[in-house]
Design a binder for this molecule. Structure first.
Ligand code: HEM
Length: 131
């Protein structure tokens, strides 16, 4: 295995500062882009706490410090999304915000593909409506 493969996605992305920047952009896009209107409407008016939670969750999810678990315990992500009716449109709007934010962050192609696939699998898993 080459040295670079031993790095976590968190390290390959650029660590804490880059992850924070990615999450901030993600929510900025959700807040401003009409293409994400339905998913935006499910969120609280003030996105500060949402952004902090997603940043803390993704830190551990990408192999960095388990910030979310340390503060809130097991994420139980699917259960926490149950109060919101999430269909394929919601999933695709969430993905649109994430892919657009990711496009602004320089990273290796292999990491980009890995993250895109992992985000899609997770976002699809949050779906709790048939459509
Ligand atoms: C890779 C996919 C996703 C990840 C990693 C993710 C992650 C998270 C996290 C960590 C939280 C905070 C949970 C808490 O402690 O309260 C959250 C909340 C939330 N998510 Fe997701 N989510 C994903 C997909 C989605 C999708 C597809 C939707 C809707 C279409 C969605 C809508 C929401 C909403 C409305 C909240 C509540 C926000 C708040 O109370 O501040 N999420 N998500």
């Amino acid at each position: 295995m080459s040295e670079v493969n031993q790095l976590t996605p968190y390290q390959m992305l650029g660590g804490d500062a880059v992850l924070k920047q990615l999450v901030d952009r993600f929510y900025q896009i959700m807040d401003q882009d009409p293409k994400a209107a339905e998913v935006r409407a499910m969120h609280p008016e003030d996105l500060t706490v949402s952004a902090e939670k997603l940043y803390m969750f993704l830190s551990g999810w990408m192999g960095g410090p388990d910030l979310y678990i340390e503060k809130y315990g097991h994420p139980m992500l699917r259960a926490r999304h149950m109060p919101f009716p999430i269909d394929s449109q919601g999933r695709d709007q969430w993905m649109y915000c994430m892919l657009t934010a990711m496009n602004e962050v320089p990273m290796e192609d292999a990491l980009r593909l890995q993250l895109e696939q992992a985000f899609f699998r997770t976002a699809d898993f949050m779906r709790n409506q048939d459509a």
